[in-house]
Design a protein around this ligand. Structure first.
Ligand code: NAD
Length: 339
């Protein structure tokens, strides 16, 4: 089995590569990554030692380069993690989101069609469904819920999903899609809520919280997401979409207070800042389909996962300091205050 993993130098892609190399000793993994500000080669340093792993620096929008990689490597499976992934950045600079997330997906689909790849799997997000009101805890998104994305990021991901499904319908390309809720865990880039709060709290810096802090997200430990993708690749039905959730809805304020409590830091560090434009209020995912049809079960609760994550950041200061340097060199780095 030969799997091309795009975006594997980022957060979830790298965790997936480690998961697969560890579980399947005879699979070959080829990582394609452009190494944007969010991609870090040192994240893959352990994988580089494995003879079943290969790294290729490439942009998924570069059709000639991607074509050459497919021709030479002849992958059976392609899993597309590569994306611009930060909602705040999509609000200030949507263009690159449309380019990578939509056009990049179309390049990969074309190459899969041309080289008869046996499975194309698209990593999508619960954000394609839009948001839910806070006062309706009875509501959650199923795979049949309408697509009502609200940010340029989620619109680009929704467009990519529709393109993927069109390749199934039109060309019979064997595709699957997973729509997952918020991930957290090792190698999470420090611009996202959980690593941002851990690092700022460790440095005793103010902790910026958007609006009233009541926005709700569902959190899944990244290894459980990897487990779900593995299940879909091996048992999923072609042409289907699978929701993947963490069964762990928390307000942003709850998440921040949990981290402060574990680190023994004061809640006085919390600072409410003006809300994100168009900020989605609540995401809630119903993943009954993957549980009942594919037997998916999570291994890690939020309480366990957040402890593991904080420990990882405590032991990997060199890694996150490198990320901070990279982020500060990036012209749009200053999203929630300076480090
Ligand atoms: P990330 O930003 O940490 O990593 C993205 C990776 O893609 C980086 O390594 C980057 O260098 C690479 N990349 C960006 N543009 C590229 C291009 N044009 N060509 C090749 N490589 C490129 O993102 P993440 O959080 O790991 O998310 C991975 C995927 O999962 C994304 O598709 C995202 O939409 C989806 N997702 C993320 C979450 C989450 O909570 N992080 C939840 C659901 C879905």
């Amino acid at each position: 089995m030969k799997i091309v993993v795009t975006g594997g130098a980022g957060f979830i892609g790298s965790n997936f590569i480690y998961y697969m190399l560890d579980k399947y000793k005879d699979y070959k993994i080829i990582c394609i990554d452009k190494l944007t500000y969010a991609g870090n080669l040192s994240t893959l340093s352990e994988a580089m030692k494995n003879q079943n792993f290969k790294f290729i620096k490439a942009d998924i929008c570069d059709i000639e380069k991607i074509d050459t990689v497919f021709k030479e490597e002849e992958p059976n499976i392609v899993v597309n993690f590569a994306a611009e992934s930060h909602v705040d950045r999509s609000i200030s600079n949507p263009e690159v989101f449309l380019e990578t997330n939509i056009r990049g997906t179309s390049v990969l689909l074309e190459c899969c069609k041309k080289y008869n790849v046996k499975r194309y799997h698209q990593i999508s997000t619960d954000e394609v469904y839009g948001d839910l009101p806070l006062d309706r805890p009875d509501l959650s998104f199923t795979e049949k819920s309408p697509l009502r994305p609200s940010s340029p990021y989620s619109v680009s991901k929704t467009s990519a999903d529709l393109l993927v499904l069109s390749y199934f319908r039109t060309y019979k390309l064997p595709v699957t899609i997973s729509r997952c809720s918020n991930n957290y865990g090792p190698y999470h880039f420090p611009e996202k809520l959980i690593p941002l709060i851990i690092i700022k709290a460790l440095k005793n810096q103010r902790l910026p919280i958007y609006g009233d802090g009541k926005n709700v997200r569902d959190w899944i430990y990244v290894k459980d997401h990897c487990k779900a993708i593995d299940l879909i690749l091996h048992k999923g039905k072609i042409g289907e979409v699978y929701n993947v959730g963490g069964n762990s809805e928390k307000s942003n304020l709850e998440v921040v207070k949990t981290i402060l409590n574990i680190l023994g830091k004061s809640e006085k560090l919390i600072e409410f800042v003006p809300d994100r434009l168009g900020h989605d209020r609540r995401y809630a995912i119903n993943d009954y389909k993957i549980e009942s049809e594919l037997g998916f079960k999570r291994d890690v609760t939020f309480e366990q996962g957040i402890e593991k994550t904080i420990n990882w950041f405590l032991h990997n200061e060199k890694w996150w300091k490198e990320c901070l340097c990279k982020e500060q060199k990036n012209e749009n780095f200053n999203y929630r205050g300076k480090w």
